[in-house]
Design a protein around this ligand. Sequence first.
Ligand code: IPE
Ligand code: IPE
Ligand code: MG
Length: 242
Amino acid sequence: MLLKNNNKIDESNIPGHIAIIMDGNGRWAKKRGLSRSIGHKEGSRTLKKIVEACYKLGVKYLTVYAFSTENWSRPREEVDDLMKLLLEYLKNAERELKGKNIRIRVIGEKKNLSEEIIKEIERVQKNTEHIKGLDFIIALNYGGRQELVEAVSNIVKDVKSGLISEIDEDIISQRLYTSGIPDPDLLIRTSGEMRISNFLIWQCCYTEFYFCDVLWPDFNEDNLKEAIISYQGRQRRFGGVK
Ligand code: IPE
Ligand code: IPE
Ligand code: MG
């Protein structure tokens, strides 16, 4: 496939794990004189398309940042609308993704989420847990620091009870929500912001970052391919020499 910069995607070097900070819904709406919630609705349409695009490209893991532990500080109405949208998304996800081998998981703190959402998360996770293909991971009420605090608390308990005696990187990785999931190869953030905003702070230690100005509701398959092409032009050294 040829993109506007005339570069071709290398089908043999697709990042195994792509993480996305889906940012810019509010600004997208503001530019059009619409409410922020309409921006989020449009953003959820983009998400459906990007999940399918990743699936087609053969990506193994896709993790998207849907709601951070800091997003509770937004106006009540916006938080309510976001939660409604997420609930709707989870309810429809299986039907929409039917026929495709996509497993859905949700990572983040369950505390503070409504019973209805928790039930829906459990249902969709259980119904898709046997599926091998694309692992689609939604970070909802997720915070990287919160995740580490929880992991450390669990480790301390296990040390006290004698279950573990030494702490290493693997022990920490295994206690994170992402246990068993390889670290992201590529992290994409839309909307021009260049920060990590408490997303996968442990897991992204050697991830390649790609920032683009496109607002999330406008992000499309070609933008995704551009990000992958940029990734394919990088030299990953992991601290070594090449
Ligand atoms: C991303 O868009 C969606 C969430 C954080 C839930 P924003 O709502 O952050 O949009 P901007 O950054 O205000 O434009
Ligand atoms: C990060 O975006 C969270 C999500 C995309 C869910 P924010 O819009 O909340 O991040 P900041 O406040 O600009 O850092
Ligand atoms: Mg934002």
